[in-house]
Design a protein around this ligand. Structure first.
Ligand SMILES: C[S@@+](CC[C@H](N)C(=O)[O-])C[C@H]1O[C@@H](n2cnc3c(N)ncnc32)[C@H](O)[C@@H]1O
Length: 351
């Protein structure tokens, strides 16, 4: 199988279940990845194929990882245990968990008044102003209304303020290790793997929730830090809608490109170039977070594998941290995003 690109990172447009055909045995120092959460996110087929829960898949990754090499894998709060079991069944040793905390999670659960009115046979759509649908394949495709649902019956009003879910504020990162070659010391001496760097091992340099606003999409004001690599371009940079979206989000409208995770649904929809299904990736992880994980998992100069490369955040993080990187991404639509990341230095447009 030929690599899609080989510099500055090697990228394969392939199914990572065939990793053994792409990489040699014991060739990578660490696997750092954001696998499908298997939730069927946004109706996407790649997020419900079961690969993250398949021990055979994780066994394939183990084959290409050095003894003592680390695995760091994100998971969904309610399903990560299935991934952890699959990773363990494949022969990896579970080491720890890392918690990624954020304070801008969106609660998408149904409110109690909405459910109770529906139960009572009330037309819950009546009188509500629906926002325009975005294009297929974007967040904006979801049915959205301008205002919060207002209870219409007494029974529903009694449950105002309740809903079926919790507002998300964290995600787990599984930390596992390929079995050592003998002792910790022997593995370290022979393979250079299995040790966490003291300088980055604590919570000290991870933002606390109160400071983690930069992970999400709606920070405003002069404090807005540089969040991620440039990923998206407006389809029509001159359109009034683009200027309005930038105004709302506090972005500089005439900058060349924007980080995907500071764009909201409406703004993302405006970034579709004509003729393409989508450009921005729907599940981009913050670059700073991935840099932190890469620095923890992989020794300097080592090779980091991301078998679910997406827009290439892990690959860029690895290069930024002085590691080498190899990525696998099955969907060719995301390859231009990886290209843009690896061809473009980290943007400072929003500094
Ligand atoms: C959760 S996303 C990763 C996003 C990434 N963290 C980023 O910041 O851009 C998972 C990616 O894995 C890809 N994928 C899913 N199944 C795959 C497979 N079997 N082989 C290779 N890539 C796959 C999907 O197309 C998707 O882009």
């Amino acid at each position: 199988m030929r690599a899609y690109r080989t510099t500055p990172a090697v990228v394969y447009n392939a199914d990572s279940r065939r990793i053994g055909e792409l990489l040699g045995p014991k060739s990578v120092h660490a696997v750092v990845t954001d696998p499908p959460y298997e939730l069927g996110f946004g109706g996407r087929a790649w997020d419900r194929q079961g690969v993250a829960f398949d021990p055979a898949f994780w066994a394939g990754l183990l084959e290409v990882t050095r003894p003592g090499g680390m695995l760091m894998a994100f998971g969904a709060r309610r399903l990560w245990h299935r991934m952890a079991c699959a990773v363990e069944d494949a022969g990896w040793e579970l080491v720890d968990q890392i918690v990624w905390m954020f304070d801008d999670g969106m609660d998408t659960s149904e409110t109690a008044p909405h459910a109770l009115d529906r139960e009572a046979g009330v037309d819950v759509k009546e009188g509500r102003v629906r926002l325009a649908d975005g294009p297929a394949g974007t967040y904006a495709r979801r049915v959205r209304y301008r205002d919060r649902y207002q209870a219409k019956t007494d029974g529903a009003r009694a449950w105002e303020g309740f809903s079926s879910g919790l507002r998300p504020c964290w995600e787990p990162v599984l930390v596992a290790r390929a079995p050592r070659d003998g002792s910790f010391g022997h593995t370290l001496a022979v393979w250079g793997t299995g040790a966490f760097p003291a300088a980055t091992d604590g919570a000290a340099d991870m933002p606390l929730p109160a400071r983690s606003w930069w992970y999400g999409g709606h920070a405003h004001g002069a404090d807005r830090p540089v969040v991620d690599c440039a990923l998206v371009r407006p389809a029509d940079p001159g359109s009034p809608a683009w200027f309005q979206a930038c105004d709302r989000l506090g972005l500089v409208a005439d900058a060349d490109t924007y980080p995907a995770d500071v764009l909201d649904a409406a703004a993302l929809a405006l970034t579709r170039p004509a003729g393409r299904r989508r450009l921005a990736h729907p599940t981009v992880k913050p670059l700073a977070l991935m840099r932190h994980l890469v620095a923890l998992a992989c020794p300097a100069g080592g090779l980091v594998l991301d078998p679910f490369a997406g827009s290439g955040t892990t690959l860029q993080a690895a290069l930024d941290e002085g590691r080498r990187a190899v990525g696998v991404e099955a969907d060719p639509l995301f390859l231009p995003l990886i290209d843009r990341r690896l061809d473009t230095p980290v943007q400072t447009l929003l500094a």
